[in-house]
Ligand binder design. Structure first.
Ligand code: NAP
Length: 342
């Protein structure tokens, strides 16, 4: 099945509408990683028609970018590299930093780790409430004019924040949590992207593996795996999500002869100017990819899916647990409450 593609202003190559997410490839927060398997996964993605590889400096504190760079040696031009900027991790504690100085330093680190002379899509990972949009946007715009990055995106931004940013630099994409279970952006970011000709990179396409259809009530996570503290994976809520996955699997099989995994990815692709970011760290995890391509869900399907979700997930929860804190405000009183670092 041939890959569906989308054009992103500034990037000459058509971009695949399924992107490979490489957070788990960094190891940290995913119970460790096997680099040989990670390299094989990235190479298999490219061979299968995925050219968009999404990474970030913070994924494994540089490790994900290094592995992406290694996997793409000799085939760099077949890939569209999307990485991110504007988080820092002093002492291993992740927090936001979208200052111009941080951006100028980070881009050089990313280029070195990725073993490339350009980043195709450079995204501000999280908005930084301590820095004016003007400073962040102008720093990125300078990198764009210098040819170090080909297109600018943001991630986890609300429409008002994108408005602030776009005053100073063009935005091609926004990356947000979006999957069958996490749909908050339908109220704001998705319509905003449609109105402003932006592409939405939907992250967590499989809801951290829940929508793969391979999880059970006794699925256990090891080491520092973030699903140990993801509220969706805690009982009694976990059972609701698993029941919804079972119902969606039956629906997908009966109506379309597909798996729930193919349905979950297809559903994202049918929502508009979207790219589904599929996190994988073993080549076999990409095997179901073809089944998501070349067909469409109709209006009756979408209604039925919504009915199944409402029936089974009666106590939904979003992905907010992942948000990193801002840097401390030096002017705040010492007693002000602190948010936990994700
Ligand atoms: P995801 O795509 O929803 O789920 C990834 C996990 O699902 C994999 O690590 C794997 O877990 C499991 N999986 C994948 N394919 C499978 C298959 N065929 N069968 C069974 N299990 C399968 O989650 P994600 O990685 O968090 O999100 C995707 C990407 O979005 C990330 O990698 C990252 O690039 C991006 N992202 C961005 C942000 C942001 O703030 N901008 C936040 C989150 C994610 P196991 O290997 O443990 O089985």
């Amino acid at each position: 099945m041939s890959m569906e593609t989308v054009r992103i202003e500034g990037i000459a190559t058509p971009v695949s509408r399924i992107g490979l997410g490489t957070w788990a490839i960094g190891g940290a927060m995913w119970g460790g990683a096997d680099d040989a398997s990670s390299v094989a996964t990235i190479r298999k993605a490219i061979e299968s028609g995925i050219n968009l590889i999404d990474t970030a400096p913070v994924y494994g504190f540089g490790h994900s970018e290094e592995v992406v760079g290694k996997a793409l040696l000799g085939i760099r031009d077949k890939a569209v590299i999307a990485t991110k900027v504007a988080l820092e991790w002093p002492g291993g504690k992740v927090r936001r930093n979208a200052t111009g100085a941080r951006i100028r330093a980070e881009v050089e680190d990313s280029l070195r780790r990725l073993q490339t002379d350009r980043i195709d899509l450079y995204q501000v990972h999280w908005p930084d409430p301590r820095v004016r949009h003007e400073e962040t946007a102008l720093a990125l715009e300078k990198l764009w004019r210098d040819g170090k990055i080909l297109a600018i995106g943001v991630s986890n931004y609300a429409p008002a924040e994108m408005d602030g940013f776009r005053h100073f630099a063009p935005l091609a994409t926004v990356q947000s949590p979006y999957n069958l279970f996490e749909r908050a952006i339908e109220h704001d970011v998705l319509p905003y992207a449609r109105r402003n000709d932006m592409t939405v990179l939907a992250y967590g396409a499989l809801c951290r593996g829940l929508l793969s259809g391979r999880m059970h009530a006794d699925t256990a996570f090891s080491g520092d795996d973030l699903r140990k503290f993801d509220p969706k994976f805690r009982q009694p809520r976990f059972q609701q999500y698993l029941a919804a996955v079972d119902a969606l699997e039956r629906f997908a099989q009966e109506r379309h002869g597909k798996t729930v995994l193919a349905l979950a990815v297809r559903w994202i692709l049918d929502q508009g100017p979207t790219i589904a970011l599929w996190g994988a760290r073993r080549p076999d995890q990409l095997e179901g990819m073809d089944a998501a391509l070349g067909w469409k869900l109709d209006a009756a399907d979408l209604r039925q899916i919504d009915a199944l979700l409402a029936q089974h997930v009666t106590d939904p929860v979003g992905p907010e647990f992942m948000a990193p804190p801002a840097r401390p405000d030096p002017t705040a009183p010492a007693s002000s409450p602190k948010r936990a670092a994700a």
